[in-house]
Design a protein around this ligand. Structure first.
Ligand SMILES: Cc1ncc(C[n+]2csc(CCOP(=O)(O)OP(=O)(O)O)c2C)c(N)n1
Ligand SMILES: [Mg+2]
Length: 662
């Protein structure tokens, strides 16, 4: 059914009423954006968006991203009004309160109909690029019968002003993501005031220059909105629709000003808005006929969903598609067999190279893996032989050339993972994890299986010097909750860490990998890295010392141990490729590896900041010892740097002996 324009205005006013009342009840939140975009959103949901409220996770639904996440009441209103089970009216009543799924900003892990967590401006749109990429990849793989949907975004001035916007739209334009449609809430207002205070950019020109189509509409004229959205939908280019709106539209004394952006309207203005809009219902009540119009939209979606399901059931690719969308890995013995074979080998390689070698095992077995790099393919070793480039001419490709767009890449990984059906990974230098850090944080918060291949992980990269040498990065990434930070020590641990990363559906991973070669240290054991830490070498003499090390410093720890043992000092070496996984083990296991025994000296060795290592060494003889690098590195060959900064047997053994003797 199609709703006539005179039915749309009350529907939009329902959004306005719920938004202003919820913000008023919470005395906190952002009424301006939902009220300003209510008309555009109503046209989008009633005439264009493909969705089925009864099945929020329908694989072929259009994706809707509220990039301007501060306007969260817009999406909560839309989901409730169209008949999604969540949020309920009670949730909306309790907007921003403990226990309500209607959090301050939309959270994908609280409400099924929320595609991604937004609020950090710019990232919603950049994640939408990843969603649109996943859609094309799966379309190429499974066909239009099964995968054929758009990604719609509502973005504000802030989303377009953020630097990541440049990266995101450049990538989308180059990849010709024609199913990506961005509706710009062009209200010329941000928090501080008029946008002219801070920007004079010709945004349509910038988008056009990036390969986008641009249309414009009066964001409060239903017919004009419908015309512009129809033009956008018909375009085969990624498309921006500049929707000229009035922030806070409907609040007669406050609309159009920046005060309406982010604070409750106040009782008097809420009453004035009711009058102005002709809205006579009590707070959190929607007249039955208006609600019925909203609910009628779901029926259309249910029918489309049912037809789609018929096509899926009839397809010989249906089962594989469903497996991928469920995020389950295929049954394969090849990977396990290969790891057993590797254990018998004796491979001296950089862990970045080990990662590449392992990718050449994984990628053929897991067709859902989509790799890429931010212009460091040859350094990150991220491309498997079987992966063809993902290009506008070949969306079936599985390797993305992201260009020098670390933040955009990281957000795209999130978008792809959230879309589902693909397992994305992307590479850059570990030092540039700072460039994408907030997207890594959002991977963790959103519980996406995004995998970051971050190479050149310490001063061991050598000559590029301190601008390129991570010092604080590994430890600072460990501070992000729900993120696995892996620093494998050799070829075996690298493969194991990859396996754990792939099996972790709700946790993103960072693989911190070396530039320099490392010897194979392990010949036995099955997936020991999955426990986060394990005893790699047991003391032969009476145990007095336990050395805990990660990555390239495990080799050094093994050499230090040999020297200590030769002096009769029994020493364990614990390799700790993943602190978070070790912390998740039961206490018995943790105490077996690192006993709470004050007679044993615990020593950490890691070529990075020592802060944080006390957790594992302080319960120890004489307070333990932390060998690390609490300063910037320098430009020189790696061997000279390790010597200069004390990462040698000669420098470390006396320190340990000294600690043992005091
Ligand atoms: C990365 C980031 N920086 C700053 C903020 C804080 N912030 C939230 S909304 C906003 C203004 C955004 O302006 P606009 O997108 O035009 O939204 P409008 O005021 O029109 O609703 C700012 C600065 C944020 N959420 N994310
Ligand atoms: Mg604005």
């Amino acid at each position: 059914m199609t709703l006539a324009a005179d039915r749309l205005a009350p529907m939009a006013n329902a959004i306005r009423a719920l938004s202003m009342d919820a913000v008023q009840a919470a005395n906190s939140g952002h009424p301006g954006m939902p009220m300003g975009m209510a008309d555009v959103a109503t046209v989008l949901f009633s005439k264009f968006l493909k969705f089925d409220p009864a099945q929020p996770k329908w694989a072929d639904r259009d994706r809707f991203v509220l990039s301007a996440g501060h306007g969260s009441m817009l999406i909560y209103s839309l989901l409730h009004l169209t008949g999604y089970a969540s949020p309920t009216m009670d949730d909306i009543r309790n907007f921003r309160q403990l226990g309500s799924v209607c959090a301050g900003h939309p959270e994908n892990f609280l409400i099924e109909g929320v595609e991604c967590t937004t609020g950090p401006l710019g990232q919603g749109l950049a994640m939408a690029v990843g969603m649109a990429m996943a859609e094309r990849q799966l379309n190429a793989t499974f066909g239009t019968d099964i995968v054929d949907h758009k990604t719609w975004v509502i973005a504000g001035d802030g989303c377009l002003m953020e630097g990541i916007n440049h990266e995101a739209i450049g990538l989308a334009g180059t990849l010709k993501l024609g199913r990506l449609k961005v509706l710009w809430d062009n209200n010329k207002i941000t928090i501080d005031g008029d946008t002219s205070l801070s920007t004079s950019e010709d945004i349509p020109a910038r988008y056009r220059a990036s390969g986008w189509d641009v249309f414009e509409c009066d964001g409060h004229d239903f017919a004009d909105i419908e015309r512009a959205l129809a033009e956008a939908a018909a375009s085969d280019k990624p498309t921006l629709v500049s929707c000229k709106t009035v922030i806070g539209k409907g609040a007669p004394n406050k609309q159009g000003g920046h005060d309406v952006h982010g604070s409750a309207l106040g009782d008097a203005e809420v009453a004035a808005a009711r009058e102005y809009l002709g809205w006579t219902s009590a707070p959190f009540e929607v007249p039955a006929e208006i609600l019925a119009d909203w609910r009628s939209l779901g029926e259309k979606g249910a029918a489309a969903h049912a037809e789609w399901f018929g096509r899926l059931a009839a397809s010989d690719k249906g089962e594989e598609f469903s497996r991928r969308m469920a995020g389950e890995l295929p049954e394969t013995d090849a990977i396990r067999a290969k790891l057993a074979e590797w254990l018998e080998g004796d491979s001296t390689v950089a862990t970045r190279k080990a990662s590449e070698n392992w990718l050449n095992v994984l990628a053929p077995a897991l067709p859902e893996m989509i790799g890429g790099s931010a212009d460091l393919t040859g350094s990150n070793n991220t491309k498997a032989k079987c992966q063809e480039p993902f290009t506008p001419d070949n969306y079936g490709g599985r390797y993305v050339y992201y260009g020098i767009r670390e933040f955009g890449m990281a957000a795209a990984l999130n978008g792809m993972a959230l879309h589902g059906g693909v397992i994305p990974y992307g590479g850059t230098f570990l030092i540039f994890s700072d460039y994408c850090r907030n997207a890594i944080r959002l991977s963790a918060l959103q519980q996406t299986r995004a995998i970051y291949v971050l190479t050149h992980d310490s001063i061991g990269l050598g000559e590029d010097g301190p601008t390129h040498q991570p010092v604080e990065h590994v430890m600072s990434l460990r501070m992000i909750p729900n993120l696995y930070v892996f620093r494998p020590a050799d070829v075996i641990e690298t493969a194991e860490c990859w396996n754990v990363a792939l099996e972790s559906q709700d946790t993103p991973s960072v693989l911190a990998l070396t530039r320099q070669n490392l010897p194979q240290l392990r010949k036995t054991g099955d997936m020991l890295s999955a426990r986060g830490a394990y005893t790699l070498r047991h003391a032969e003499a009476d145990r007095k010392v336990i050395i805990v090390a990660t990555g390239s410093e495990v080799e050094l720890a093994v050499k230090v141990r040999a020297e200590l043992e030769s002096q009769g000092i029994g020493t364990d070496v614990v390799s700790m490729p993943c602190m978070e996984l070790f912390a998740a083990q039961d206490e018995a296991y943790q105490h077996e590896i690192l006993p709470n025994d004050g007679s044993i000296l615990k020593v950490s060795i890691e070529a990075g900041v020592t802060m944080g290592w006390e957790r594992y060494t302080a319960q120890s003889r004489n307070g333990g010892l932390n060998i690390g690098l609490d300063r910037f590195g320098a430009s020189a060959p790696a061997k000279d740097l390790f010597a200069r900064f004390g990462f040698t047997v000669e420098a470390i053994v006396p320190k340990i002996l000294n600690k043992l003797s005091v």
